[in-house]
Design a protein around this ligand. Sequence first.
Ligand code: CA
Length: 223
Amino acid sequence: MRIGICEDDLSIRKVLTRALEQAGHTVVAAHTGSEAIALLGPDADLDVLVMDIGLPDADGRDVVPALRSAGQHAPVLFLTALSATHELLGAFAAGADDYVVKPFEIKEVLARVQALALRGRPPAAPSDGLVLDPTAHSARAPGGRVLLTPTEFRMLASITSRPGDVVRRRSVVAAGWPDGSQVSENTIDSFMRRIRRKLATISAPVEIETVRGVGFRMAEREP
Ligand code: CA
C-alpha cells in the first residue's frame, strides 16, 4: 500500500517510515502543511494518510479538508500530542477517520493504518478550479487569490471537502468554531455571505448553495 505521512518531528517521521516500509508499504513523507499539499494530493494515489495536527506552518485539521477539496479521498489517521488531546475535538469535523495519541506504540499505528486501508473511502470529485491553502487560509481560483479568516476557511473547507454532499449546518459550525460553541443561524448566514462575496471576487467556478433547513452544498457556478 501507499501511505502518506505528514509529520514535522524528524524522529517520529523516521520511526513511522521505517516501520511502515518494513511492513511492505511505500511511504510518501511530508514535513509541513505546504509540503503535504504539494506531495500528498490525489496524484499521490495514497491508501491511507497519517497527519500530524501540530505542524509548523498549518494545522493538520485545515490541511486535511484542503487535500479533500483537491480530490484526495484516502482515509486519514490523525496524530496528536498527549498534551493537546483537546485538538481531537475538531479532528472529526475536519474529516478524521481515526486518531492516535503520541507517544504511541508503533504496532498500534500499523494496526490502525491496516484497518483504515481496508475500509477505504469512496472517491470524490475535486472542487475543480478552487484551491484551498491551509497555511495562509486562502482560496485561489482563475480570478486570483483571496484571504479568508480561519473560521471562514474552515466553514468553506468543510463544504468543499465533500463535493456533492449537503453538509449540515451543525457540521459547518463544528468545523468553524470550538467545541460546544453556540452559534446563531444569523451568524452562520452572515459568515456564509462573506464567504460567497470573497469567492465571487476571484471568479470561483463553484458556489455554495443553501439547502433550506438542512445546510449547504457546493455546486458548479451557473455561467
Ligand atoms: Ca508536530
